[in-house]
Write a protein that binds this ligand. Structure first.
Ligand SMILES: NC(=O)c1ccc[n+]([C@@H]2O[C@H](COP(=O)([O-])OP(=O)(O)OC[C@H]3O[C@@H](n4cnc5c(N)ncnc54)[C@H](OP(=O)(O)O)[C@@H]3O)[C@@H](O)[C@H]2O)c1
Length: 298
C-alpha cells in the first residue's frame, strides 16, 4: 500500500544545512537513529548520540563519522529506563552545550517481556514515553534558548491500536506486551500534541511520526513465528535508511517551521487515531506523567 502510494509521489529530499546547530538523538547506535545521525551530521550539525551501551555507542560514532565525513559526532551515556541516568545526561548537556536545536526522541523497546525500569515503571511506557518526557522536561529551557528548535518524537502506526490506561499505566493488573507497546506509542503522539500547545510562541516546535515498518533490531522480542513472518514480509518493509527519512523530514523540512503538534508518515502529514487527537486524554496523561516523575510542568 505504502509503496504503491509512493509511486505517485516524488520522494522527499532537502538540501537544508545544519551548520552550527546541535542535535541530540536518543538510541542512535543502531537502526533508524543511526541513519538519522549520519544524515544530520552530513548536513553539518554537531550530533550527540545518547545511548545506554557505550561500547555500541563508540562503534556507532566511528561509523557515523566515516559515513558523514564529519568529526562533530560524540556519544554520551543515557539509559532511559533510569531517571537518575536521564538527570545525569541532562545535567551534562545543560552544563556543556551552549545550544540544542533539535532533540530527537528516537530510542524504543517493543513487545518485551514484562519488566520494570529502575523507577518501577513498566518497561515500554517507561522507556518510550516517561523517559523521553523527563528528558524533554530537563532540556526544555536550553531548547527554548536555542530557538528556532524542534522536538521530534518517533512514534508508530501501532499507536492506533492503543489506549491509555490512566488507572494502570504500568500494566500491573494485567500485561499485554503488544498493548503496552501501542499505549507507549499513543503516549508519544499525545505528548507531542500537549507539548506543542505549551510551546506556542517560543519558537520550539514538536512533531511525532511513524517511520514505516523498518527492518531493525526493534523486532528482537518477537516470537519465532512472528520473526519468520517479518522475514517473508521483507520486500514490503523499509531498510533503516528509508525508515529514517520521516524523522529527518520532521527535523529539517523548512515548511514545518509553521507547524507544531502534528503526526507524520512517509515524509508528509498523516492522520493519527481519534485517541491521538483527544486533547482531554492528552492533558490527563500529561498530569499523570508529571506525578509519576515527580516534576511540575504546567
Ligand atoms: N522498526 C520499526 O518497524 C518501527 C516501526 C514503528 C516505530 N518504530 C520506532 O522507531 C524507533 C527506533 O527504533 P528502531 O526500529 O531503530 O529500533 P532499534 O534498532 O532496536 O533501535 C532502538 C534504539 O533504542 C535504544 N534503547 C532501547 N532501550 C533504551 C534505553 N533504556 N535507554 C536508551 N536507549 C535505549 C536501543 O539501544 P540498544 O542497541 O542498546 O538496545 C537502540 O539504540 C523506536 O522508537 C520504535 O518504536 C520502529
Amino acid at each position: 500500500m505504502q509503496s504503491i502510494r509512493n509511486l505517485f509521489r516524488a520522494a522527499w529530499s532537502s538540501d537544508a544545512k545544519l551548520d552550527g546547530k546541535t542535535v541530540v538523538i536518543t538510541g542512535a547506535n543502531t537502526g533508524i537513529g543511526k541513519e538519522t545521525a549520519i544524515d544530520l551530521a552530513k548536513r553539518g550539525a554537531r550530533v550527540i548520540i545518547a545511548c545506554r551501551d557505550m561500547e555500541k555507542a563508540e562503534a556507532a560514532v566511528k561509523e557515523i563519522m566515516e559515513k558523514s565525513a564529519s568529526s562533530e559526532v560524540v556519544s554520551m551515556k543515557l539509559d532511559l529506563s533510569n531517571s537518575q541516568s536521564i538527570r545525569e545526561f541532562a545535567e551534562v548537556i545543560n552544563r556543556d552545550e551552549s545550544k540544542l536545536n533539535i532533540l530527537i526522541n528516537n530510542a524504543g523497546v517493543m513487545v518485551c517481556p514484562y519488566g520494570k525500569t529502575a523507577d518501577g515503571f513498566e518497561m515500554q511506557i517507561g522507556v518510550n514515553h516517561l523517559g523521553h518526557f523527563l528528558l524533554t522536561y530537563l532540556l526544555i529551557d536550553l531548547l527554548k534558548r536555542s530557538a528556532p528548535a524542534r522536538i521530534v518524537t518517533v512514534s508508530s502506526m501501532a499507536h492506533a491500536w492503543g489506549s491509555i490506561n490512566l488507572e494502570d499505566l504500568n500494566s500491573e493488573k494485567s500485561y499485554s506486551k503488544s498493548k503496552a507497546y501501542a499505549q507507549s506509542k499513543l503516549a508519544n503522539v499525545l505528548f507531542t500534541r500537549s507539548l506543542a500547545k505549551r510551546l506556542e510562541g517560543t519558537g520550539v516546535t514538536a512533531y511525532s511520526l511513524h517511520p514505516g515498518v523498518v527492518q531493525t533490531d526493534l523486532w528482537r522480542h518477537l516470537s519465532a513465528p512472528e520473526q519468520f513472518f517479518m522475514k517473508v514480509a521483507r520486500p514490503f518493509t523499509k531498510n533503516s535508511l528509508q525508515g529514517a527519512q520521516t524523522t529527518i523530514y520532521c527535523a529539517v523540512e523548512p515548511s514545518l517551521d509553521r507547524e507544531s503538534g502534528g503526526y507524520y508518515s512517509d515524509c508528509a502529514p498523516a492522520s493519527c487515531s481519534s485517541a491521538g487527537r483527544d486533547d482531554d486524554l492528552a492533558e490527563k496523561l500529561w498530569d499523570l506523567s508529571c506525578r509519576m516523575l515527580s516534576v511540575t510542568w504546567e
